[in-house]
Design a protein around this ligand. Structure first.
Ligand code: ADP
Ligand code: GLC
Length: 471
């Protein structure tokens, strides 16, 4: 596999969690998995197992591979090349992409293919994640027996760069056409992955359908329709080693669906840490958690339209995230206006993310679009009832509560509007306040779901076997 981020070595979003969990889940099913990722600044782990030189067009780069085991039968090979990866950030600084990103990520795929070419017994499958790994199937052509698989985690990120990169990276102009990697007279890494891989997956069944429509296709809906017979939607899982309320090392107390007592202690610790007042009676003031990149994808523009309404819900908010300045400022000003109701933590904080998942009563995720979404699944696991927009992977993981029906695990709205969000939030708060027994059932049903990576990994194995059989 090739991925531009792998937890805990690097992470800006859910891709890192997936890239760490899927290899281990496949390994538990008996497969040998190696995942290539950059050795970014600050990564110390690894034992050097190989030094090499990669040549792409006019570029030559020396690198070393640092080996880190991921349990049995899975390992990470960190590609050490300081000239490319020893930077303050992963992809961009101050909103400006690193100008050599095409080279940085082309090298990553090229190194993986060079390594695969030397393996005996040989590699069966090369699996790339997101645009950064888009050139993997192009470089893999020199390994005729190998099946290529490409996973879309987010179609909004496309790696579309000026066409001089075709020459610069030593690619072929024969592929520079609409059914190759040409996209509006540019080179698109994403399109390379989509058109040149034998099989495609994305991270939920609903998103797999949505991206075939102009509304959600981000300009690639035609491509997705052209390749629909190759496309499978596979919902991500929850990594039990990292996200389990019975064992989570970041929590002051543990709990399970049978015994939720520890969750109250997590809530008290969370409020104390965020300096939110403790409620006078248990359950008197619901706590709503948000952990998110603060970008339009996540529905922050809807929240920004609801300023007064959010403060008058009689709830508290624990918000963690970072992103666009306008959304950061919105939450900062809300917290300044009502410090007893709103806490915002700007930045990236893994332990706090866990504590918010555990200590909140509700989790809010009103995404405009959501390929899968992990936080709503972590919430389900942690007995924190999700309030989501019914879209993408949110629709595939959260069953909306309907009065009198014994199936709901959360609350969902569909129209992308502040009114719809507010109505859903109000409904959730009403059930929380007035029907505690119903609420308990909502929590327990969510906690009982099978969100395991094993289920997802088996679906990936079916995809791998399908392409191997087709060759
Ligand atoms: P996306 O990948 O689109 O950002 P996901 O829900 O798939 O959305 O994954 C987000 C991941 O990033 C989760 O593991 C979440 O806990 C984590 N995360 C997001 N923002 C922060 C933050 N500010 N601090 C800590 N973890 C965060
Ligand atoms: C992307 C998507 C998110 C998904 C994650 C992991 O970042 O935005 O919905 O959960 O990838 O697949």
């Amino acid at each position: 596999m090739v991925a531009s981020e792998v937890f805990p070595f690097s992470k800006t979003g859910g891709l890192a969690d997936v890239a760490a969990a899927l290899p281990r889940a496949l390994a538990r099913l008996g497969h040998d998995v190696v995942i290539f990722t950059p050795r970014y600044r600050g990564v110390r782990e690894g034992r050097v197992i190989h030094r090499g030189t990669v040549t792409l067009g006019g570029y030559r780069r020396d690198y070393a591979l640092h080996d880190v085991p991921l349990g049995d039968h899975a390992r990470v090979l960190l590609v050490d090349c300081p000239a490319l990866y020893d930077r303050p950030a992963l992809y961009h600084e101050h909103g400006v992409d690193y100008a050599d990103n095409p080279l940085r990520f082309a090298v990553l795929s090229a190194v993986a293919v060079d390594w695969a070419a030397t393996q005996s017994p040989g590699v069966n499958v090369l699996h790339g994640h997101d645009w950064q790994a888009g050139l993997l199937p192009i470089f893999a052509r020199r390994l005729p027996g190998v099946a290529t698989v490409f996973t879309v985690h987010n179609l909004a990120y496309q790696g579309t760069v000026p066409k001089h990169w075709v020459n610069d990276l030593g690619l072929s102009w024969h592929d520079f056409h609409p059914e190759g990697f040409e996209f509006h007279d540019h080179l698109s890494f994403l399109k390379a992955g989509l058109f040149h891989s034998a099989a495609l997956t994305t991270v939920s069944p609903t998103y797999a359908e949505e991206i075939q429509t102009p509304e959600a296709g981000e300009g690639f809906d035609g491509v997705m329709r052209a390749r629909r017979d190759r496309l499978t939607g596979i919902l991500n899982g929850v990594d039990d080693d990292e996200w389990n309320p019975e064992t989570d090392a970041h929590l002051p107390a543990h709990y399970s669906a049978r015994d939720l007592a520890g969750k109250a202690l997590c809530a008290a610790t969370l409020r104390q840490r965020l300096q939110l007042p403790q409620p006078t009676a248990p359950g008197a003031v619901p706590l709503i958690g948000i952990v998110s990149r603060m970008v339009e994808q996540k529905g922050f523009d809807l929240l920004a339209q609801l300023r007064g309404e959010l403060l008058s819900l009689g709830a508290q908010f624990a918000v963690l995230g970072s992103g666009e300045a306008r959304y950061e400022q919105f939450w900062q000003s809300l917290a300044a206006e009502a410090p007893d109701r709103v806490s915002v933590t700007l930045g990236y904080d893994e332990p706090l993310a866990h504590l918010i998942e555990a200590g909140s009563d509700l989790f809010l995720m009103p995404s405009r679009f959501e390929p899968c979404g992990l936080n709503q699944m972590y919430s389900l696991r942690y007995g924190t009832v999700p309030v989501v927009r019914h879209v993408g992977g949110l629709a595939d993981s959260v069953t909306p509560y309907r009065d009198g029906q014994p199936s709901g695990t959360g609350f969902a709205f569909h129209p992308y509007s502040a009114e719809a969000l507010l109505a859903s939030l109000r409904e959730a708060l009403q059930v929380f306040r007035e029907r505690p027994a119903e609420w308990r059932l909502l929590q327990q049903r969510g906690m009982a779901l099978d969100l395991s990576w094993e289920r997802s990994a088996r679906a990936y194995v079916r995809v791998y076997k399908g392409v191997l059989a087709d060759r």
